[in-house]
Design a protein around this ligand. Structure first.
Ligand SMILES: *[C@@H]1O[C@H](CO)[C@@H](O)[C@H](O)[C@H]1NC(C)=O
Ligand SMILES: *[C@@H]1O[C@H](CO)[C@@H](O)[C@H](O)[C@H]1NC(C)=O
Ligand SMILES: *[C@@H]1O[C@H](CO)[C@@H](O)[C@H](O)[C@H]1NC(C)=O
Ligand SMILES: *[C@@H]1O[C@H](CO)[C@@H](O)[C@H](O)[C@H]1NC(C)=O
Ligand SMILES: *[C@@H]1O[C@H](CO)[C@@H](O)[C@H](O)[C@H]1NC(C)=O
Ligand SMILES: *[C@@H]1O[C@H](CO)[C@@H](O)[C@H](O)[C@H]1NC(C)=O
Ligand SMILES: *[C@@H]1O[C@H](CO)[C@@H](O)[C@H](O)[C@H]1NC(C)=O
Ligand SMILES: *[C@@H]1O[C@H](CO)[C@@H](O)[C@H](O)[C@H]1NC(C)=O
Ligand SMILES: *[C@@H]1O[C@H](CO)[C@@H](O)[C@H](O)[C@H]1NC(C)=O
Ligand SMILES: *[C@@H]1O[C@H](CO)[C@@H](O)[C@H](O)[C@H]1NC(C)=O
Ligand SMILES: *[C@@H]1O[C@H](CO)[C@@H](O)[C@H](O)[C@H]1NC(C)=O
Ligand SMILES: [Cu+2]
Length: 557
């Protein structure tokens, strides 16, 4: 009897091991119920929109090359879409998620199955709602583990921990932005920052902060995600350095830092070595802003607590980075380099087929019904993007005319001193324009921040691709001298880049993914104001280079 049990166990283990190592890719099934829920620890009884009643939402776990199937069911009155931020979505633009760009929204009572493969990607990403301001509460982490048997290119951590940074409003976020759009002035800033959904002590809220329990001598891989709406953030732990090993699901050359700088939509994996014996150490989360724009100045706090630390022992504190710590931000960005190893090479395009200069910033348009008789807007190359009512990808695939035009300008219509005194006329044009790219062409985009109204840092996100950040600088991009300083060897690879305040960033990518791909500032307020456009990448030759047909349950407008 005993022998039979042992044999059965051995057989079961053999089957299991084969399942885990023999199968090329695993299909991961998830169901996301979008529903309202009151979260009492947020010191408000106001229900928020959540996935499966959780804030932050569930973590999506998978392995490189896995197929992911997520059935999203809408149980709320609002329209819903979900974006898998940083997932390449090769030929599966239908599953990318930005509302009215790649799909019509999932309406109340409807559902939609997102179906995509994590081809050649591993690391930390995030998923979030991609319609209106819903992503304030509808977001979560994506953890893509390396394929079985493939190690990390850094010492194996003892434990992994997901740390999701967010912003929290007492008011309904849709009310906040709708009121701002009516009045024409900037929306309210958030009321608190959160670490894994915990604000820590905040005015009139005794909510406890986040605690990470550690053991002396062990190493922890922190998977840090900025799921906030409108603020770039500094993350710090008292008495400890962090070793950055990956950003936006791309391995980096490891480097040590006291402070992590992270923009909305960005992710950073960092190793934390618990090299103290005992104690409690504060974690701080505070905003970065080096211009006149308002921020939520409430620092969220948490603690790292060593095993065996007495309850009454004091917490070691740290200095909080000043709000305008530009050198800290620049230093962090400039320390990032692709790993560029034989296994993970940096495939930087060395020649450029399409060279674009995109001037990104704020503008002011007349508005008779607004508070000041004017409305704050934003745009790219003087175009404030107007959302269509038919999704661009559907219009492209089915050849529906009148939804968009493909004349998005590669350069600002009237060159000016972008970072000098702003011109007296700060008006913009409206348009729903895309920029057309042939399959497999190479693209360079210089994102040039402008000083219209106020210069500001724009964390700019491109869907459908990773890009290499080949250069950046302060002031106006110099097309003669700046390219000489480009890093074409080991530039960081990512999907969201913070363009410095009053400066520029140059990115390169290969347009090897057919479809319609959104490019926008990941500060949600700027996206709403119109700082967005899309690339239309044509099909290449044959089915392998063409977009797949749409799923049958693709929502209709
Ligand atoms: C997902 O997409 C693949 C490839 O198009 C298809 O074969 C498969 O049936 C789809 N799965 C689901 C659950 O829709
Ligand atoms: C914005 O903030 C002001 C001042 O704190 C507050 O009175 C107002 O209710 C807020 N508006 C919204 C829409 O939350
Ligand atoms: C609106 O007008 C007020 C008062 O003149 C001014 O302080 C404020 O800066 C203006 N806001 C915008 C967005 O123009
Ligand atoms: C905290 O509550 C008190 C009393 O209700 C109120 O006066 C104060 O404005 C509140 N503070 C904040 C920051 O909401
Ligand atoms: C946040 O801090 C900045 C700089 O100290 C200050 O100018 C701004 O008024 C503060 N914002 C709020 C909402 O208190
Ligand atoms: C642009 O404006 C800046 C700031 O006023 C100034 O320093 C710079 O010289 C100007 N550049 C050109 C080309 O005029
Ligand atoms: C932008 O477009 C508006 C509206 O056509 C025009 O008045 C303005 O001069 C343009 N600005 C720039 C910098 O091109
Ligand atoms: C752009 O659209 C807005 C709102 O629809 C409208 O008020 C404005 O006049 C338009 N501007 C131009 C230059 O067409
Ligand atoms: C894209 O172009 C590169 C460089 O010319 C070439 O090596 C590669 O095979 C092309 N890829 C496809 C899918 O055509
Ligand atoms: C298309 O891709 C599949 C799977 O990657 C591959 O097996 C097949 O050979 C490719 N076909 C062509 C024509 O390249
Ligand atoms: C939801 O989306 C549909 C389709 O685009 C649209 O007709 C409807 O007005 C939207 N509903 C809301 C509440 O925004
Ligand atoms: Cu995004």
């Amino acid at each position: 009897m005993m022998g039979f049990r042992v044999m059965a166990l051995i057989m079961l283990m053999a089957v299991l091991m084969c399942y885990l190592s023999c199968v090329e890719s695993i299909v991961r099934h998830y169901q996301f119920n979008v529903e309202k829920k009151s979260i009492s620890r947020l010191c408000s009884s106001k229900p928020i929109i959540t996935v499966n009643g959780k804030f932050p939402g569930p973590t999506l776990y998978a392995m490189e090359d896995d197929i992911v199937i997520v059935k999203v069911v809408n149980h709320v009155q609002d329209n819903v879409t979900i974006h898998w931020h940083g997932v390449r979505q090769i030929r599966t633009g239908w599953a990318d998620g930005p509302g009215y760009i790649t799909q019509c929204p999932i309406q109340t009572g409807q559902s939609y199955v997102y179906n995509f493969t994590l081809t050649g990607q591993r690391g930390t990403l995030l998923w979030h709602a991609h319609i209106n301001w819903q992503r304030a509460t509808v977001h979560g982490a994506i953890v893509i583990l390396p394929k079985r048997g493939v190690p990390y290119p850094f010492p194996k951590p003892d434990k992994e921990e997901i740390i999701i940074l967010g912003e929290w409003w007492k008011s309904d976020v849709e009310v906040v932005i709708n009121r701002a759009m009516k009045s024409g002035i900037a929306p309210n800033v958030s009321d608190a920052h959160t670490i894994n959904g915990l604000p820590g002590p905040a005015p009139n809220c005794t909510s406890k902060g986040y605690t990470l329990h550690v053991e002396s001598g062990k190493t922890y891989l922190l998977r840090i995600v900025n799921a906030g709406l409108n603020e770039e953030l500094f993350f710090k732990i008292a008495g400890h350095q962090l070793t950055v090993v990956e950003v936006d699901a791309c391995y980096t050359k490891p480097f040590k830092t006291d402070t992590i700088f992270i923009g909305p939509g960005q992710t950073t994996n960092a190793l934390l070595t618990a090299n103290q014996k005992f104690g409690k150490f504060i974690i701080t989360l505070s905003p970065f802003m080096d211009t006149i724009v308002a921020t939520d100045n409430q620092t969220a706090t948490g603690i790292i607590r060593y095993k065996g630390t007495l309850a009454f022992s004091p917490t070691s504190l740290t200095t909080i980075p000043p709000r305008n710590a530009t050198p800290m931000m620049i230093n962090f960005m400039d320390s990032l380099r692709s790993l560029n190893s034989p296994k993970y090479p940096a495939k930087v395009p060395l020649s450029v087929d399409h060279s674009l200069l995109l001037a990104i910033g704020i503008g002011v348009n007349p508005c008779a019904t607004c508070v000041n008789g004017s409305r704050v807007v934003a745009g790219i190359n003087n175009i404030t993007f107007v959302m269509p009512s038919t999704a661009l990808l559907q219009a492209h695939y089915y050849g529906i005319s009148g939804v968009y035009t493909d004349d998005f300008p590669a350069n600002p219509p009237t060159p000016y001193n972008y970072t000098g005194n702003p011109p007296a006329n700060m008006q913009t044009n409206n348009g729903t324009k895309v920029y057309r790219l042939t399959y497999n062409s190479t693209v360079q985009i210089v994102l040039q921040g402008t000083s219209m109204v106020a210069p500001e840092s724009h964390p700019t996100h491109l869907h459908g691709f990773n890009f290499y950040v080949v250069g950046n600088g302060i002031g106006n991009y110099d097309p003669v001298n700046d390219p000489k300083k480009f890093n074409l060897v080991d530039p960081v690879e990512r999907n969201t880049i913070s363009v410095p305040t009053g400066g520029w960033a140059a990115i390169r990518f290969r347009a090897d993914n057919p479809g319609v791909w959104f490019l926008h500032c990941h500060l949600e307020v700027h996206t709403t104001w119109g700082l967005k456009m899309a690339f239309l990448v044509e099909n290449g030759k044959g089915p392998n280079q063409s977009i797949l047909p749409p799923p049958i349950d693709l929502p209709k407008c």
